[in-house]
Design a protein around this ligand. Structure first.
Ligand code: F6P
Length: 360
């Protein structure tokens, strides 16, 4: 059984479906099997920065209903890097030491950090600086964390995008329209390529494969020539204009956030081909749903495995899905190997084999 432990768990970065299922799995394994204490840390590292640290005591009967619940009961943030924390007076400050002190004030023996590559890099830096025993769990609808075939949240997002294509199909056919679906994915096209194939898209545009409007319009024309007067296009938000510029919505940060490539394409396609176009931007509906069965399963397996890593005192490790099982890999390796869509991958070959236009 080993010695008694008090562990913390936090969710960091953008939320996604399946986070609550991991919180449940960690709690059940840590308390049910090992009889440890589990502290849920609120608002990512923000909870460790607060004084007193802001936590929720997790207990077996409190996590029962979390398996199918979207979001995260612990709260999260994808802003506020503690090493350059934005202060209310407009300055930035290094608040890493406050987080490290928060961990020690709580008397934690280990911390489970659930995050994407950005959050995991920050958590690892904190762990090295403050001697924190960190175990990581990958989550992100973008599925771009290195050395894991799957991250929590991706499958649900693909399901939602696929269902959106299914719905667009019939209205597109009824009106002879080009329907453009813009999906998330930040810098990677995993959601677009997967949902595009599963949802029967005619054109899939991802940031990893450069496209021309001429090729896209040719595909629309080919379909017209075959008597198919509608076309389904799925585009990842990170796809640039033909001139190579990212399309962004301005926000308070001044950097802007991705969004708008669908509308850009609609205008270009309509001007070049005369086709009637409409755009659907799925946005955060891809993140906010009940987790799919596969995401519940991965979340459960990752949660149990992460607790077992702590039981074996194997720190600085990330749980990873490989060849239908959970293994552990060094966090450093996972965050150093960004996982974009490989242009030679099976899915890209499948899309080409099906006659789907990838714009190149
Ligand atoms: O990384 C997850 C993600 O959903 C991206 O796909 C998207 O670009 C971004 O987060 C959106 O962030 P926010 O919730 O801050 O708008």
């Amino acid at each position: 059984m080993g010695e008694h432990k008090r562990i913390g768990i936090l969710t960091s970065g953008g939320d996604c479906a399946g986070l609550n299922a991991v919180i449940r799995a960690v709690t059940r394994r840590a308390i049910g099997t090992y009889n440890w204490e589990v502290l849920g840390i609120c608002r990512a590292t923000g909870g460790l920065m607060s004084r007193p640290p802001q936590v929720k005591m997790l207990e077996m009967d409190k996590v029962d209903s979390l398996l199918m619940m979207g979001g995260t009961v612990l709260g999260t943030t994808n802003k506020g890097n503690p090493f350059a924390f934005p202060m209310t007076d407009g300055t930035v400050s290094d608040r890493s030491q406050e987080i490290i002190e928060g961990y020690h004030q709580l008397g934690l023996d280990a911390l489970i950090g659930i995050g994407g590559d950005g959050s995991l890099a920050i958590l690892r830096k904190l762990a090295l600086q403050g001697n924190l025993n960190l175990v990581a769990i990958p989550k992100t609808i973008d599925n771009d964390v290195g050395i894991t075939e799957r991250s929590i949240g991706f499958d649900t997002a693909v399901n939602i995008a696929t269902e959106a294509l299914d719905r667009l199909h019939f209205t597109a056919a009824s009106h002879d329209r080009v329907m453009i679906l813009e999906v998330m994915g930040r810098d990677a096209g995993h959601i677009a390529i997967s949902a595009g194939i599963a949802g029967g898209a005619d054109v899939i545009l991802i940031p990893e494969i450069p496209y021309t409007l001429e090729n896209v319009c040719r595909k629309i024309q080919e379909r017209q020539d075959e008597g198919k007067h509608f076309c389904l296009v799925i585009v990842s938000e990170a796809v640039c204009t033909e001139a190579g510029e990212a399309v962004k919505i301005s926000d308070r940060s001044g950097e802007g956030r991705l969004g708008g490539i669908g509308q850009y394409l609609a205008e270009q396609i309509s001007t070049s081909s005369g086709a009637e176009t409409r755009v659907t931007v799925l946005g955060h509906t891809q993140r906010g749903a009940m987790p799919s069965p596969l995401d519940r399963l991965i979340a459960s397996a990752f949660g149990v495995a992460a607790v077992d890593l702590i039981a074996n005192e194997q720190y600085d490790q990330m749980v990873s899905w490989q060849n239908r099982q959970v293994v552990s890999v060094p966090i450093a390796e996972a965050i150093s190997k960004y996982q974009a869509v490989d242009a030679d991958s099976t899915l890209v070959k499948t899309a080409r084999g099906l006659g789907i236009c990838l714009g190149d």
